[in-house]
Design a binder for this molecule. Sequence first.
Ligand code: NAG
Ligand code: NAG
Length: 336
Amino acid sequence: MPFSSKLSLGVLLSLTLASASQQVVAAAVLPPPVVSPVYLYSDDSFVENLHVLPSGSIIFTEVTSNTLKSIDPGARSPVPNDVISLPAVTSQLGITPVGPNAFAVAGGNYSSGAFLSGSATLFVVTLSGGGNARQPTGHVTKAIPVATQLMNGLASLPAHPHLVLAADSTGARVLRINTATGATDVVWADAAALGAPAGAELPLGVNGIRVQGAWLYLTNSARGFFGRVPIDAKGNVVGALHVIRALTGAIGLSNAYDDFAVDAAGNAYVALHHSSVVKITPAGVQTLIAGGEGVATVVAAPTAVQLSLDGCELFVTQAGNTTGTGGHGGLLKIRL
Ligand SMILES: *[C@@H]1O[C@H](CO)[C@@H](O)[C@H](O)[C@H]1NC(C)=O
Ligand SMILES: *[C@@H]1O[C@H](CO)[C@@H](O)[C@H](O)[C@H]1NC(C)=O
């Protein structure tokens, strides 16, 4: 497979660079980030989102499956393990922690850009072995029906983690779901900030959302921007949207922001379709971290990004060839 051989070559080159720079103690030039697969499927699995557990293992969701899975990126040959299959749905999108051992997962029956009417459900999954297990199993403790066509990125509120914000990508809204009571309301509805323009090639507005400090960070895929808005501790929007970075050129399947991670300094690591991961500083400076135009064999339809526990690596989920980019769905790691 060309994908693996290119990656192996990249790894070999970087290992050579790394050992060379260790010998020359004060090497001025850092090696470029090294991209390697954690695991790639050989079929058409579409991996969508992820969370890094305290054990270092990753739990991840797939659009093409109702089974939440885990993988240990530190294993010699990492393979996915089943955590739990979500009942009465076919697909999963966002995931966010709602307690020390519990996660909210957006589920539904996904088909052509939306969930089938009446299928959107926010599941709460509790891990049996706790977050320290390297191969956790789980059980569903709650299934909350949500009135939306598409629940995409999820972000719980740090001061009230049982409250989950959910990106409604086709309804131009951010919802708030109380996982303790099942109550759902709308914290933000704004077609310009959260919707897609008419006739968009990729008709998904607000997509990834993450809460950091007093900010809700978001991407709007169809409008091609990454930005943030101030929120209070309960997720109410208390100020204006600030666009941190807007894409140039035509927005579409091959030029669209997806989900992202934000570090403590406010730098974002963003999945950029169809073949890149970029860093965006708080000042809006964007640099390429991995992949790039014309090299979809390195990063193939990246969907979400999370930092490793030590902050030295990025884990990236990818959809693979779902938009004709080539490659396979799975998870990558990028050494920063
Ligand atoms: C979603 O798919 C599941 C599994 O096929 C099925 O049991 C369920 O009835 C579907 N839900 C809707 C709303 O169609
Ligand atoms: C990717 O998908 C396209 C159809 O969208 C197909 O023609 C092509 O063979 C696939 N490529 C790989 C590497 O699977």
